[in-house]
Write a protein that binds this ligand. Structure first.
Ligand code: CIR
Length: 266
């Protein structure tokens, strides 16, 4: 096992805006509390920093309530930042707002271009492969525009379907190590992870699948004790973080950062 795809030197986050209370949500379970969101976000940033990574936190953007979910407007791959194209009209402007920061941090920037759409939340990367889930936010035209970029950077691309009830492909899946994926039973049942070892979340704990392996630990959201125990039993170092406010906006651990290494693909 190379360990490469789980070793990150950097992460990029964006502080939540006060306008986060107006963020998109499929089902209204109440608006998040902006102060509590900020505290949970700060705990997340601190936890990433404790792994030794350099974490940059960008200024909040009031014009974009969902901009704290910085994973969606870009993909960082092999030392290149790829600017994507969110489907949600209220999120389109996040791309232009992020460009100057990515230009400062990355030696190379590429653009997806229109008219297709891709959200970073639908992209799961291993050492060799980029899996993209078609979803309400990522369409075939977007995938067609992404493919040549990904292949030019030396990765295979696998395109799969995300079941309609799941917002983003990674809402219910994450890479635990280069060969292992954590996924909800309903996503795993589609067969899309063939070739990987799949660990399923415990019953009723589908949200645990939006985990991140960031250097040594696997971070899980609070409130998924049986999945945490399942992972602990097979040897993963588990850290749990409060995600109550992001969850009200259908977000989770992966959405809150762009994780990358400035080493090029070996
Ligand atoms: C949205 O609907 O776009 C946000 N409220 C949540 C985005 C979550 N992002 C992700 O799963 N990558």
């Amino acid at each position: 096992m190379s360990g490469h795809s789980i070793t990150f030197t950097h992460a990029l986050c964006r502080a939540p805006s006060r306008s986060v209370t107006a963020g998109l949500r499929a089902e209204d379970r109440g608006a998040p509390d902006a102060d509590l969101f900020a505290r949970e976000h700060a705990a997340y940033v601190a936890a990433l920093r404790r792994t030794g990574a350099e974490v940059t936190v960008l200024e909040p953007q009031e014009a974009f309530p969902d901009s704290v979910f910085i994973e969606d407007p870009a993909l960082c791959l092999a030392g290149v930042a790829i600017l994507l194209r969110p489907e949600a009209p209220t999120r389109r402007g996040e791309v232009a707002a992020l460009r100057p920061d990515l230009s400062r941090l990355f030696p190379e920037i590429r653009d997806l271009g229109g008219p297709g759409c891709v959200d970073g939340g639908d992209i799961l990367c291993s050492d060799t492969e980029v899996m993209v889930g078609l979803s309400a936010r990522t369409d075939a035209a977007g995938v067609a525009a992404l493919r040549p970029i990904v292949e030019d950077l030396g990765y295979r691309m696998r395109v799969v379907e995300t079941p309609a009830e799941i917002l983003h492909f990674k809402t219910e899946s994450s890479l635990l190590d280069p060969e292992t994926i954590l996924a909800s039973p309903r996503l795993a049942a589609t067969g899309c992870f063939s070739g990987y070892r799949v660990i399923e979340t415990a019953s009723g704990e589908e949200g645990a699948a939006n985990a991140i392996r960031f250097n040594a630990p696997v971070f899980l959201s609070d409130g998924f004790p049986r999945t945490a125990e399942r992972l602990d039993r097979v040897g993963y170092e588990i850290r749990q973080l409060p995600m109550s406010q992001a969850a009200l906006l259908d977000g989770g651990l992966s959405c809150l950062s762009l994780r990358y290494s400035l080493r090029l693909k070996p």
